[in-house]
Write a protein that binds this ligand. Structure first.
Ligand code: NAD
Length: 336
C-alpha cells in the first residue's frame, strides 16, 4: 500500500483517480482550493484538505510520508487563459513549483504531473505524438509546458522519479458543467437541458478527440507505479474517434433527444487550435492502453449524470483580466 497525495482532488479527474487508488488499497490524501471541481466529488475515504497547492508551507506538511504525488490541480481554462493569464498561470504553473519542491523536501518517490495536449499547440502533422517539440499557443499551454519543465528540472536535480501524463479533452460524470469558460461538451448538455441552443465558436469545424474519464484514469494509475515510464511524457486517452465541434453538438442532441438543433455561431476564439488530436501509440506500448468507451457511450454517461443533478445556471466565477474587442462576447456579455 502506498500513501498518495492528489492535488485537485475535488476536480473531475482527481476525484476519479482518488476512487481508483482507494479501490486498489492505497491511502489517499487530497488537497483542493475549490477554484473548480465540486466538493461532493470527494469521497469520504479521502483525507481531504481544503487548501491551496500554491501554498508551499501547506504542501510541505501535506507531502510528509507520501510515496507518490499526482499533481492534477490547475486552472484548465485554455481559452480563458488568453484573457486571464495571471489567474491561469498562478494555479497551473506556480502551484506546480510549490507542489514539486515540497515533494523534493519530503523525498517523495515519484511525481506524476498532469499536463495537457495544449502543450503541443499547432503542429504540422496529426495526430500529435510525444516526440514533437511542444509549441504551446496560449498562456495555459505555456504554463503546462513550463510546469513540465520545472517538474523535470527539480526531480532530476534531487533524484525523484517523474512522469508527464498528457490528457486530451476528457468527458464523464463529475465534470464541472456550470463553468462558462471551459468543457465544451458539458456546456452543451447544460444548455440543451435548459432548452437552449449550443453556442459554437467560429465555424465549428475545429476537431478534437474526446476521452471518457475511465480511459484516462487507467493509464494515469499505472503511471504512478510502473518502472518503464519514469522520465516519459505520454498521451493518455483514446485516438480512435476525432470529431468536429459541430458533430459533437449533433451527437449530444441525438442522445438527449433535443429536437431542432440550431447552434448559435459566434466569432472565433483567439489562439484556438484548429485541429488537435493525439496518438495513443506510446500509451499502448508502455501502458498496455486499451480504449473501453466509445464517444457516444461516454457522452451518454455524462448526460445521465448531469440530468440527475439538474441543469444549473452558469457561474462567472473567474475575473476577466483583459477586456477588449478580442474578448469573446460569450463572456463579456455573459451569453451562456
Ligand atoms: N478535463 C480535461 O479535458 C483535461 C484535458 C487535459 C488536461 N487536463 C488536466 O487534468 C487536470 C484535471 O483537470 P479536470 O478536468 O479534472 O479539471 P477540474 O477543474 O475539474 O479539476 C482541477 C481541480 O484543481 C483545483 N485547483 C485549481 N487550482 C488549485 C490550487 N491552486 N490549489 C488547490 N487546488 C486547485 C480546482 O479546484 C479543481 O477542483 C488539470 O491539471 C488539467 O489541466 C484536463
Amino acid at each position: 500500500m502506498s500513501k498518495i497525495l492528489i492535488t485537485g482532488v475535488a476536480g473531475f479527474l482527481g476525484s476519479h483517480l482518488a476512487d481508483w487508488l482507494i479501490r486498489d488499497g492505497h491511502k489517499v490524501v487530497g488537497v483542493d482550493n475549490l477554484l473548480g471541481g465540486y466538493e461532493d466529488n470527494v469521497s469520504n475515504d479521502v483525507e481531504f484538505y481544503k487548501d491551496d497547492s500554491r501554498d508551499f508551507d501547506k504542501m510541505k506538511s501535506l507531502t510528509k510520508g507520501v510515496d507518490i504525488v499526482y499533481h492534477c490541480a490547475a486552472a484548465p481554462h485554455e481559452g480563458l487563459s488568453v484573457f486571464s493569464p495571471n489567474i491561469i498561470t498562478e494555479h497551473t504553473y506556480n502551484s506546480t513549483v510549490a507542489t514539486v519542491s515540497a515533494a523534493v523536501i519530503n523525498s517523495v518517490k515519484r511525481v506524476v504531473f498532469c499536463s495537457s495536449m495544449a502543450r503541443y499547440g499547432e503542429q504540422e502533422r496529426l495526430p500529435f505524438t510525444e516526440d514533437m517539440a511542444p509549441k504551446p499557443k496560449d498562456p495555459y499551454g505555456v504554463a503546462k509546458y513550463a510546469a513540465e519543465l520545472v517538474t523535470e528540472s527539480l526531480c532530476r536535480a534531487h533524484g525523484l522519479e517523474y512522469v508527464h501524463a498528457i490528457p486530451h479533452n476528457i468527458i464523464g460524470p463529475r465534470q464541472k458543467y456550470d463553468d462558462p469558460y471551459r468543457n465544451v461538451a458539458s456546456i452543451m448538455i447544460n444548455l440543451m437541458l435548459q432548452g437552449r441552443q449550443p453556442i459554437i465558436y467560429g465555424d465549428g469545424e475545429q476537431k478534437r478527440g474526446f476521452s471518457f474519464v475511465n480511459d484516462v484514469v487507467d493509464p494515469l494509475v499505472k503511471m504512478g507505479f510502473q518502472p518503464n515510464v519514469v522520465g516519459e511524457a505520454i498521451n493518455v486517452g483514446p485516438d480512435e474517434e476525432y470529431v468536429s465541434v459541430n458533430e459533437l453538438a449533433q451527437r449530444i442532441a441525438v442522445l438527449m433527444d433535443f429536437k431542432s438543433l440550431k447552434p448559435v455561431y459566434v466569432g472565433d476564439r483567439p489562439m484556438e487550435v484548429k485541429y488537435a488530436t493525439c496518438s495513443a501509440e506510446k500509451s499502448r506500448r508502455l501502458l498496455d492502453y486499451k480504449t473501453t468507451y466509445t464517444l457516444d457511450r461516454g457522452l451518454s454517461e455524462m448526460i445521465d449524470w448531469i440530468k440527475e443533478r439538474g441543469a444549473r445556471p452558469f457561474r462567472y466565477h473567474m475575473a476577466l483580466e483583459i477586456i477588449n474587442d478580442k474578448t469573446p462576447s460569450t463572456w463579456k456579455d455573459r451569453l451562456f
